[in-house]
Design a protein around this ligand. Structure first.
Ligand SMILES: [Ca+2]
Ligand SMILES: [Ca+2]
Ligand SMILES: [Ca+2]
Ligand SMILES: [Ca+2]
Length: 441
């Protein structure tokens, strides 16, 4: 046996430390080598520990210490996915956030893509960073707008096609726990589906081009978006058919989930007006589908009409006229025709009605000049015409031995039995014995 063994230890790297830097051998001795990697970059680190024991064979002895700092794994994910994972102590250190641990994911995007990331955790205050493939920090966020805790990078426009790295990490160091990371490539919604127009009960359909008896209409559509977790709403452009579409929405629904039905109640519709309308879907990022016109008809055609207030028709007093065949009979004139022959007098007038779609008939009362109008006998009804048309009514007479003189009046009636006031023909007297409007023959 010689002298007691004394040793000294040393290291050559600042990230290496020894629990004891000297000692003696009997019966055993040791020192613990520790690594402090926080200041180190990725890759292989190599240092040496040197043990010196004067007089001992083989002294000094060097021990090589190798320490590999692995880069964070970056598994590839695709847009429009939700990652349920967790940060653990074994995870890599966040490259931009000293002391924080991270999970990183790689995704590819095309130039112009709009990417949104949301990270939330029940265990830690979430933090997101976004890098390009070269490691350049593009965006980072602690708290989503209006929230504390979750982190959002919203509507990031990808500047180039290529690979991007999103890093889920924490504000606190070194926090761990489960998290949910959603990655969305924001896209415009789809065209609205199953668009329909309904009465105020929201279930009674208004047929295309039909008239509704209310000043309120309900519009419904099913809304979809390629971003299944997006929120979407219905936008309408409802305008009178006399106006072209302008591209500006007149109505917006509230937001609903993708695949749900949105509805809009439009009030204050203009009485007697015809409307056309179109619909689009817009999402929470203000992206919208194209407009979809309702009805499969011409955009100039009315999809529905409003008639909440039934109104009387009108007759144009100056348009009244009397004919024998195609030939007008002058006021006080005759039909002509031989004894016993049948003569037809056709009465005509222009009739109108403010109610959209009403069907109008001309009702004529023709009495001999020694008979007062009574409103119930010798009435002649024509066939129905649209508002603004000339309505005819015809009366047949047989030419008698003595001949006969007549006066007449007319009014317009609609299909709801609402009628205009009576209007007399000829601008002459109806007081019995009345002036002659026509005679037979
Ligand atoms: Ca969308
Ligand atoms: Ca009417
Ligand atoms: Ca009306
Ligand atoms: Ca008259």
């Amino acid at each position: 046996m010689g002298l007691p063994l004394k040793w000294k230890g040393g290291v050559d790297s600042p990230w290496l430390t020894l629990s004891a830097d000297s000692g003696g051998a009997p019966p055993q001795d040791s020192t613990t080598v520790s690594l402090t990697p926080s200041a180190l970059g990725q890759g292989m680190q190599t240092g040496t520990v040197t043990i010196t024991a004067p007089g001992a064979i083989g002294s000094p002895r060097t021990v090589t210490v190798s320490f590999k700092i692995k880069p964070c794994a970056e598994p590839t994910i695709t847009a429009d996915t939700v990652v349920n994972a967790s940060i653990a102590l074994a995870d890599c250190g966040a490259p931009d956030r000293a002391g924080s641990l991270a999970k990183r994911y790689s995704l590819t995007a095309n130039a112009g893509d709009t990417l949104s990331f949301r990270l939330s955790s029940p265990s830690f205050n979430a933090y997101l960073t976004l890098h390009d493939s070269l490691g350049t920090l593009l965006s980072q966020n602690d708290d989503c707008p209006g929230y504390t805790g979750p982190s959002c990078i919203l509507e990031f426009p990808a500047p180039a096609s290529g690979r991007y790295v999103i890093e889920a990490t924490s504000v606190g160091t070194p926090d761990t726990g489960a998290f949910v990371l959603s990655v969305v490539r924001e896209r415009a919604p789809s065209l609205p589906q199953s668009i329909g127009q309904f009465r105020s009960d929201s279930t009674t359909s208004i047929g295309i081009g039909a008239t509704t008896p209310e000043s309120v209409a309900v519009f419904k559509a099913t809304l979809n978006d390629p971003n299944l977790r997006d929120s979407v709403r219905l936008e309408l452009e409802v305008v009178q058919s006399s106006s072209p579409f302008s591209g500006t929405a007149s109505h917006q629904s509230g937001f609903v989930g993708v695949g749900q039905t949105a509805w809009i109640r439009a009030t204050g519709l203009v009485e007697n007006a015809g409307y056309h309308w179109r619909a689009r879907t817009c999402d929470k990022t203000s992206r919208c589908s194209a407009w979809l016109s309702f009805g499969g008809n011409s955009d100039a055609a009315s999809d529905f009409f409003v008639n909440a207030i039934p109104e009387d028709p009108a007759i144009d007093a100056f348009s009244l006229n009397q004919f024998n065949g195609a030939v007008a009979i002058a006021v006080g004139g005759g039909t002509g025709g031989g004894l016993g022959s049948a003569q037809t007098v056709t009465f005509k007038a222009t009739v109108t009605d403010p109610d959209p779609g009403d069907v109008l008939v001309l009702v004529v009362e023709s009495q001999t000049t020694n008979t007062a109008f009574d409103g119930s006998t010798n009435l002649y009804r024509g066939t129905g015409v649209a508002s603004g048309s000339t309505a005819p009514a015809a009366a047949g007479y047989s030419v008698g031995l003595l001949g006969a003189n007549y006066h007449w009046r007319a009014r317009a009636c609609d299909q709801t039995s609402r009628c205009s006031p009576w209007v007399s023909f000829g601008g002459n007297s109806d007081v019995v014995t009345a002036a002659t409007d026509f005679h037979v023959p």
